[in-house]
Design a binder for this molecule. Structure first.
Ligand code: G3P
Ligand code: CA
Length: 285
């Protein structure tokens, strides 16, 4: 008899524990934010190959990046190419402005035969078009297209994205220029667009504040923000505030494995890095 009583009590206790166990499971999930934290290869694997070249983008994927990030501008004849700076000089040696040169002129430039890369294995790398970059994105990976041009690029950009056949979940347009994000979302809301920002300290206060970041992102219809990974600003509270506002939160540019680990733990959606292999290894669970 005593044995049956004990069994009943045990059953009741177990039944009572079910909601508690469920709650603990939920808390456990929340305690492990960043489980899906993606690695983004900044300008490709730009520590190991010349930035914004097909070689760097391919290497980014080979190093385990979930996404590549590239910088894009328009040529004088309306083509979109991968180029970070306003002028072509830093990465190709040509002093002209990107916007003044037609695609034909860009084709003759070397992007892998300058500075530290001169005469090396990348010497035949050229400056790729956006279409060429989109074409090498593997089926299970994606791309962050950073617009370095004005919002004049948007119609051409949308056309290229549509032509690429890439699924909308694998593409995000990012830009510091709020007009680019706003115009993109107005013109084709189906494509994800995020606002980029850095932070500066004025009179002891970091700017923009998290409230300002959220307000700006909302006002331009952004799906999220991609922010400078300054540990003085981007902490757990910052992440929770942005997330609670219904926005994605991505960070750049993180080459320190320890910082990457902290950022994964506080739950950022992705970490952009010049060294995808190193950061992938650092944050693997
Ligand atoms: O991913 C955003 C980051 O690339 C912005 O800075 O100058 O490297 O384009 P920048
Ligand atoms: Ca960039």
């Amino acid at each position: 008899m005593t044995g049956f009583m004990d069994e009943d009590i045990v059953k009741e206790i177990l039944i009572l524990m079910i909601p508690i166990l469920c709650l603990l499971a939920m808390v456990g999930c929340r305690a492990a934010p960043g489980a899906e934290c993606m690695i983004v290869a900044h300008r490709g694997a730009s520590q190991d190959a010349p930035e914004n070249t097909l070689a760097a983008f391919r290497l980014g994927f080979e190093q385990g990046a979930d996404r590549i990030e590239g910088d894009f501008r328009m040529t004088s004849d309306g083509h979109i190419i991968a180029m970070h700076d306003r002028t072509l000089s830093r990465t190709t040696g040509d002093p002209r402005e990107t916007a003044d040169v037609p695609l034909g002129g860009i084709r003759s430039l070397g992007a892998g035969d300058w500075g530290p890369w001169k005469g090396g294995e990348f010497r035949n790398e050229g400056v790729p078009t956006l279409a060429e970059v989109l074409a090498i994105v593997p089926e299970d990976r994606g791309i962050l297209v950073e617009v370095k041009d004005s919002d004049r690029i948007v119609p051409v950009l949308i056309r290229e994205l549509e032509r690429s056949g890439l699924d909308r979940d694998r593409v995000a347009v990012i830009a510091f220029d709020r007009e680019v994000v706003a115009t993109m979302k107005r013109a084709s809301p189906k494509w994800k667009a995020m606002w980029l920002t850095s932070f500066s300290r004025r009179n002891g206060t970091w700017s923009p504040t998290v409230d300002e970041v959220i307000e700006i992102a909302k006002s331009i219809g952004a799906d999220g923000v991609d922010v400078e990974a300054d540990p003085a600003v981007v902490d757990r509270t910052f992440v929770e505030r942005v997330r609670s506002a219904g926005l994605e939160l991505h960070v750049w540019t993180v080459n320190d494995p320890q910082l990457a680990l902290v950022l994964r733990e506080i739950g950022v959606d992705s970490i952009t890095t010049d060294r995808p292999a190193v950061i992938r290894k650092a944050i693997v669970r």
